[in-house]
Structure formats: structure tokens, C-alpha cells
Design a protein around this ligand. Structure first.
Ligand code: PDD
Length: 287
């Protein structure tokens, strides 16, 4: 089946979809994005994702490129035209194109909007969750506003490449004090000796994950306590369980950090409980 991408008002075949060579997203990473899970043709937590998109845009002094209902329509249409049942929607908004100039363009420049929908195998993810993933730690070299979901992802790409070389699937960033901030493309969690969930509090060093918010909802329902505070790499290495959260993984067990096995080296019961309940608590929206 031929795939179609939405670019600035048009649904184009992959090979024909194009944006301007002087797009500010391309030249300056002057652009923000969202990744939304699609399950059984429905969007998972779309409301929270669009709220975060509006926040990211406002933080870089941009407005929503179209009304929310219009954007919701484009997202659904892209899913439909690509026959995606289980997968993701990728949505990117840049400040638009113009002759290269660091200063912001005037209001007549229209933002660039791109929407991509892609099938992603649920069974592959489930197989991975059965054994858990390895992560490796490295210094967080990103900018001071990681709470904005910007496409300035070079540090994350380098970290993922380095993790891959080490046989791991994700990198956990650490701040100068040795505290874990988050994953290269996920939020980081541990389960401590008392069975409490620990994850860093929301601040400018981490992205306010939509899945993170969903896991907080699940934890409240099943009465698991959460401590939102920095945790050190040392604390993580001796944790009972560890996991990551993101729209592409939901809850994914972490069974190894650097060269240390977490717990007994298998996905832990708390993690698996959160994973199995996640979609029961998340908001599903379709047509
Ligand atoms: N990444 N932290 C970072 C740095 C991320 O890039 C992501 C998501 C998250 C988790 O956010 P959410 O639960 O809303 O997906 C945390 C997406 C999936 C990506 O870039 O592909």
C-alpha cells in the first residue's frame, strides 16, 4: 500500500512530499513535535498530546497552526489514508520557511505542518516487554529546556547510537549531580525497596511525558505511591525494578542498567501491572 504524508494542507505520496529547503525546522530546529500512539485505530491520550503541543508552541512563541478540531481531523485522515491500525502518529510544526535569518520572521510566514502515520507492531513490543530492555547511562548534554518537545534531537540521536553500540535500547541521562533526568526518548522510573514508584519531578530538564501522566493515573487507581523527586544512578542500580515510559513503548521494563542487572534481571511485577493496566486507564478517541 502506498503511504501518504500530510504537508501543509495536502496529502502526498511519500516520494512527492516535500518541505522547503530553507524551512526553519531544518536550519534551526525551530520546530516542535508530538508522537501519539494509535491502538485499534484509536488515538491514545490525544487530548493530553494536543495540550502539550499547544504548550510547546507557546514556549517558543508560536500559536497552534490551525484549530484543534482541524488538527484532529488531519490526524484522523492521515491515519485513515495509511490504514494504520496499531502504530503512531508523528506531528511536527515548524515556524515555516524563509531566507536564513536567526531573528524570527514576520507574521506573514506560515508555519509548516507535517503529519505522518505509521504502523508499529504490537507483538514486537510485547515480546520486548516480556524480557525487558537494557539501558546505558551518560551525561545529559541537552539544552536547558528539555520540557519543550522540540526537534533539537541531536544529543538524543548520539545517545541512542552509543546505547545501541553497547547493546542497549535506551540511554538514561544523568545531570551533573549524578541524578537521572530521563531517557533519550522516554521518562525514567524505578521501584524502590519499599515498593514506591520514583520518577523525577517535572522541571525544565525533562519532558512532561503523556505516558508518565497516564502511569500516575494508573498508580493512583491501584494505590501505588509515587515519589516525584530526583533519583541517583546509584539508587537506580540497586532498585527493585526499573522501567521507561513513552507513547511508543507505553510501559517498558528495564532489566539492566550499564552492567548491573536490576532486581532478578526480569521484568518486575509492579512494572508489568502498570503496563497491563495502562490502556484501561488511558483515554481513547476515534472518529
Ligand atoms: N519521545 N522524554 C523524552 C526526551 C521523549 O522524547 C519522550 C517521548 C518522552 C515520553 O513522552 P510521552 O510519554 O509523551 O511519549 C520523555 C517520543 C516517543 C519520540 O520522540 O519518539
Amino acid at each position: 500500500m502506498s503511504r501518504v504524508i500530510y504537508v501543509n494542507g495536502l496529502y502526498k505520496p511519500y516520494a512527492d512530499a516535500a518541505i522547503h529547503a530553507e524551512d526553519r525546522g531544518f536550519q534551526f530546529a525551530d520546530s516542535v513535535y508530538e508522537v501519539i500512539e494509535v491502538l485499534s485505530c484509536k488515538l491514545v491520550d490525544e487530548g493530553r498530546h494536543l495540550d502539550r503541543l499547544a504548550r510547546s508552541l507557546s514556549q517558543i512563541e508560536m500559536k497552534m497552526p490551525m484549530t484543534r478540531p482541524a488538527l484532529a481531523f488531519v490526524i484522523r485522515e492521515t491515519i485513515r489514508r495509511n490504514s494504520v491500525r496499531d502504530g503512531i502518529v508523528y506531528l511536527q510544526v515548524s515556524r515555516g520557511a524563509g531566507p536564513r535569518d536567526f531573528a524570527m520572521p514576520n507574521d506573514s510566514v506560515r508555519p509548516t505542518v507535517v503529519v505522518i502515520a505509521r504502523q508499529q507492531s504490537q507483538s514486537k513490543l510485547a515480546a520486548l516487554a516480556d524480557i525487558g530492555i537494557a539501558v546505558v547511562s551518560m551525561p545529559d548534554i541537552r539544552w536547558g529546556r528539555s520540557d519543550i518537545k522540540s526537534v533539537m534531537l541531536l544529543p538524543a540521536c548520539l545517545a541512542k547510537a552509543s546505547a545501541k553500540r553497547a547493546g542497549a535500547r535506551e540511554a538514561w541521562f544523568t545531570d551533573p549531580n549524578g541524578f537521572v533526568t530521563e531517557g533519550a526518548s522516554s521518562n525514567a522510573w524505578i521501584v524502590n525497596g519499599s515498593g514506591k514508584l520514583v520518577t523525577r519531578q517535572l522541571d525544565n530538564r525533562i519532558l512532561g511525558g503523556v505516558t508518565r501522566a497516564g502511569v500516575k493515573d494508573v498508580a493512583a487507581q491501584v494505590a501505588i505511591e509515587i515519589e516525584e523527586r530526583p533519583f541517583s544512578l546509584t539508587e537506580a542500580l540497586s532498585a527493585k525494578e526499573a522501567f521507561i515510559t513513552s507513547a511508543t513503548n507505553t510501559v517498558m521494563p528495564v532489566t539492566k542498567i550499564d552492567n548491573t542487572m536490576i532486581g532478578d534481571g526480569r521484568p518486575g511485577p509492579v512494572t508489568l501491572r502498570l503496563r497491563s493496566r495502562f490502556h484501561h486507564v488511558a483515554e481513547f478517541r476515534g472518529d
